[in-house]
Ligand binder design. Structure first.
Ligand code: HEC
Length: 512
């Protein structure tokens, strides 16, 4: 198979023995520029030492002429996917907190939700959400949950039921996205377990679909490395999905993708990248598969990490130029020499067949000179026609609307207040020492150093050290981060006590 064992080295992660395919084994072969270059500054609340000042926000965040941006909600930790209910309330998934939040519709037109409350909790890393025919569907890491939902009152009205169970868990892309299709089927994407590898489970790196009761589950499309965002183009009913290209082939290759998804279609991964260029590791010997692969309809810049996508829909008070556009959240690069992405773009389809899709900046300024103040995740158009964007770094929801007289002027965007902490202060010193030692053993056996410890990273790799954790995480928050990290870091599959010990160890050793 010519893998040489190095590209798909399997790392054993803890008590649940979840096997995760990481590409770290290849590190020794890589030049220095493949270092981890992610905004380690603050992954949970965006309120740490590197939090931007209000004036920094205002001077950085930009929208095209004719639009205005305002802050719809803050303090929405780990805000991932969005869904507007039929009544206009905004649901936000928070996988790290295992919950779905409901932001009540803006009844008085002041540009803010009337209230917020937890709609569902106790979920396992829930990300994807949608509602249809009186049901709310939520994609947990291992299952799809269906709950009876009354949109008018915004209430869950009865017991939930898991209509799909046993989905593959763990690995680099553990979060599942879900949408109710216009054809009455429920669509679900499952990302790959690794950077590049041949999956044992055909449900990995694929789009699945099933009836609302979970019956007739099928693999709808395959070869999709991590297609977290998808939507149907209203004019044509065509289904489009974003996809994140693989890592470790340089700063500028391969492109991230927008694919037009067809039933039974194969989209190339892991044998080909971009416009069906054979993968240097897994391509050879799979020429037939590569020939059959469907090429992307649009390439995003490499490592930009496109996630959520939403087509504009009516009623639609957007400028005409935007009324048929799609909006895509680019979460931003983690392993690129210079950071890239960190914005929302609009995609404009050509008038004439054969011409290419045009990509334009729509909401940008989250990264300037390598300093990051936000990471867009998903986009949803509200009943007011405005675009709402989630940010899992700053914990915010932004609203981008047409600039007009009769709407409140964009409010100033201000970050959450900084709250320095002494997260281990309440622990008994002896208990603390014993747990920290246990955590140190986990840190060593789980191979965290390969990505995070410059001294222990393999030759040629410049790992970014973990530091200043105590100023940003309370103990429980760090435990939750480890359980639900930001991809591509795989979830730490330890028993809760062992995960707590690891968090204590990190705060002891990398707190400052
Ligand atoms: C595949 C490489 C990889 C491995 C292995 C890995 N991490 Fe990470 N980790 C990352 C990346 C990348 C980020 C930043 C994610 C982002 O925002 O893009 C991160 C972020 C973190 C953070 C948050 C840092 C901050 O400043 O907020 C902590 C804590 C952390 N990792 C701990 C660990 C521990 C403990 C382990 C071992 C169990 C581990 N990591 C294993 C890649 C890795």
């Amino acid at each position: 198979m010519g893998l040489g064992g190095i590209w798909v080295e399997k790392w054993r992660y803890g008590a649940l023995s979840a096997l995760v395919g990481l590409s770290l084994g290849a590190c020794s072969l890589l030049p220095e520029r493949y270092a981890v270059n992610a905004p380690l500054g603050n992954l949970v609340f965006g309120s740490g030492i590197s939090a931007p000042s209000p004036s920094e926000w205002e001077s950085q965040i930009r929208v095209p002429d004719g639009f205005q941006v305002s802050l719809y909600a803050t303090g929405v930790r780990n805000a991932r996917f969005l869904h507007f209910t039929a009544a206009g309330d905004l649901l936000v998934s928070q996988p790290r907190l295992g919950q779905v939040l409901l932001l009540e519709r803006d009844r008085n037109g002041d540009g803010l939700p009337e209230s917020r409350r937890i709609l569902v909790q106790g979920l396992r890393r829930a990300q994807g959400l949608d509602s249809a025919n009186g049901w709310l569907f939520v994609a947990e890491e291992d299952a799809v949950l269906r709950l009876p939902f009354d949109a008018d009152s915004g209430e869950i009205t009865g017991a939930g039921q898991k209509v799909v169970t046993g989905l593959p868990t763990g690995g680099n892309h553990w979060a599942k996205t879900l949408r109710a299709g216009p054809d009455g089927w429920i669509y679900l994407t499952v990302g790959s377990s690794c950077n590049v590898c041949e999956e044992d489970d055909p449900r990995r790196a694929a789009m699945l679909r099933f009836r609302p009761d979970g019956e007739r589950l099928e693999i709808y499309a395959s070869g999709l490395r991590n297609a977290e965002g998808f939507d149907w183009r209203p004019e044509t009913g065509e289904l489009y999905a974003t996809d994140n290209g693989r890592d470790l082939l340089g700063d500028d290759f391969p492109p991230c993708e927008l694919n037009r998804i067809r039933r039974g279609g194969f989209y190339g991964w892991p044998y080909a990248n971009g416009n069906n260029r054979p993968d240097p590791d897994l391509g050879p010997g799979h020429e037939d598969r590569i020939r059959d692969a469907i090429e992307p309809v649009h390439g995003f810049r490499a490592h930009n990490a496109p996630l959520g996508i939403a087509f504009a829909r009516t009623p639609n008070p957007l400028p005409r130029d935007y009324s048929n556009a799609a909006f895509v959240a680019l979460h931003g690069s983690w392993n690129r020499t210079e950071k890239d992405g960190y914005k929302v773009v609009s995609l404009h389809w050509p008038e004439q067949a054969g011409e290419s899709i045009e990509e334009r900046d729509f909401l940008w300024g989250f990264e300037v000179d390598e300093r990051v103040i936000g990471r867009p995740v998903d986009v949803a158009q509200g009943p007011d026609g405005a675009l709402y964007i989630s940010d899992d770094y700053a914990g915010s929801i932004y609203r981008v609307a047409r600039e007009s007289e009769d709407r409140p002027k964009a409010r100033k965007i201000a970050p959450e207040a900084t709250q320095p902490k002494a997260p281990l202060a309440g622990l008994d010193p002896n208990v603390r020492r014993i747990l920290s030692e246990e955590g140190a053993r986990s840190y060593a056996t789980l191979g965290c150093a390969g990505c995070h410890d410059p001294a222990k990273a393999k030759p040629g790799v410049t790992a970014v050290p973990l530091d200043g954790l105590a100023s940003r995480y309370r103990l429980g928050q760090l435990e939750r981060f480890l359980e639900t990290p930001t991809p591509p870091m795989p979830p730490v599959e330890l028993e809760p006590e062992a995960r707590r010990a690891l968090a204590i160890h990190l705060l002891e050793t990398h707190g400052q």
